[in-house]
Design a protein around this ligand. Sequence first.
Ligand code: PLP
Length: 403
Amino acid sequence: MPTTRAHEIRPAARLENVRYAIRDLACYADEVARQGHQILYLNIGDPNQFDFKTPAHMIEAVSQAMRDGKNGYAPSPGIKPALEAIRGEAARKGICSVQDVFVTSGVSETVDLCLTALLNPGEDLLTPSPDYPLYSAVLAKLGIGLNPYSLQEEDGWQPDLDDIKRKITPRTRGIVLINPNNPTGSVSGRAMLETIAELARQHHLVVFADEIYDKLILDEDEPRSFASIAPDVPVVTFGGLSKNYLAPGWRIGWGVVSGELAAVERFKEAIQKLLRARLCANHPEQYAIPAALEGPQDHLIAVRQKLRGRRDLTMRWAHSTPRVHCVAPRGAFYAFPRIDIPEPDEIFVRELLLEKHVMVVHGSGFGQKAGTKHFRIVFLPDEPTLTKAYAAIGDFMAKRYGS
Ligand code: PLP
């Protein structure tokens, strides 16, 4: 046995700012579970934990691929039928200037590859605030500082255009738009997208259009692909199977590069270089891409119907609960209510979990505006479960803060 003290391995300092609040509460959840309590999970955007099932024809496509021996490495950009299906989907979304498409292990990997392919130290990327924490984690990994722009709560969580204009500097290379949005559930319309496209043109920005929730628009069904509105602007549109197609565990995402070829040519080659370096995305699961995009879409009608009911229930609760103010979500399955409470929202969510066994995520975990307090609700559970969870939250707040 060695007798000297172990030499501590220092992790990279640039990771100090990486946070992923959605999973950070796990240790408290373990404690509650150890005490034998059942937790009501309103914290993770995984539809398969609730009454949503991966469409059977997608499962069949993957199992057939496995039986057919598609278990080796795939081509680095993705298998041909998947790339063709993604091009078809891009055309249906109205994207007419496609220059490249590629498949990744989830949109998480698309984000990682695209940001890595674009940004040098000293440059920056505009990201929404509140954000989806993956973006700031990848930027931290690259040693790139944050340049967050505000989503304005009083304007239905729409991007604050004045703030975007103020934050653009000669070092700004691009902007992230998450539409429909996580964590607020907001949806941006054509006028907003056109204005952002104009800013991108003026300042030579690449637009990362994260449209992973694009089939989960709850109020109307107008397609709003950013790249269709701005065919001349360099855009990477992100999509995947995790949300629209209820298969997050398969880790399948993709990117669609569009814009003028001369503008995006070197950038798309840089992405391809990174795709080759990591070999390939999950192989048999890629066979679900054509099945999903070209097969029956019936599940989406049922999914949106359930989500509408759960969103409306959430809003009825928010309207009738003291200290809670909530912009109605119009897409995805998240709500981001503001709470008037005398303590940090981090303590609110921790105590709520320990006392009522309801798990939500604190707004500070999403880089919310300083001085405000929020929490994020995932309204995927069925209505009886949500009703129970909301009653518990209301009761907790009344007892802890008064009404
Ligand atoms: N982008 C947004 C806005 C998300 O909400 C998520 C997952 O919750 C992702 C990307 C990552 O998705 P994937 O499962 O495809 O990696």
